[in-house]
Design a protein around this ligand. Sequence first.
Ligand code: BEZ
Length: 223
Amino acid sequence: MNIGDIFPNFVANTTVGEIDFYNWLGNSWGILFSHPADFTPVCTTELARVVQLYPEFQKRNIKPIALSIDSAESHLKWIPDIKAYGNIDENTEFPYPIIDDQNRSLAVKFNMLDQDEVNSSGIVLTCRAVFVIDPNRKLRLSILYPASSGRNFDEILRVIDSVQLTDSHKVATPVDWKVGDECMVLPTIKNEECSSLFPKGVNTFEVPSGKCYLRKTPYPASE
Ligand code: BEZ
């Protein structure tokens, strides 16, 4: 699957019952993130972090959904550990579903396996895949981490901010960009269009080639 492809629909058993992915998504964005196994240390830290960051996902109209290659019953038994690790009140409802992919059907379908990680039975585990899907069901961001490396969800939110800003304001975001920083005018925008599209102004950084492609504009959205 490539960025820009339609992310296929699927039906899966989860910690909140059977989900038809497209119906569950509705008009929201979605982030599907996979895990090698339940009751493993790195995964526990990640799932707890996503609970803590849940309001940040909500602000961006993104619904998180996790996947691990164990059963929904196992996921439900794991949730109290995740809450304990994340200092989350045990009575708080777990805010997002965890997909039961014990037969690895989605792991195979979406190419989420990490050939370097096998469990004690010699079965290949899933890597830490991140798929961000927009309300049109298009894959907008895809990152694969090896099973042994925990993700940085602040970075994932940062990229989502960039993707959503490109949609709303026709800008690209430079290295190490964060919300509020200067942006780059998309290379596809003609100079004649700049004054109407970027009322805060555009400055072109001069380079030895003499080509005018480094066009900067202040952060275009209201913070
Ligand atoms: C973990 O979640 O800690 C983990 C799982 C599989 C391989 C390495 C680490």
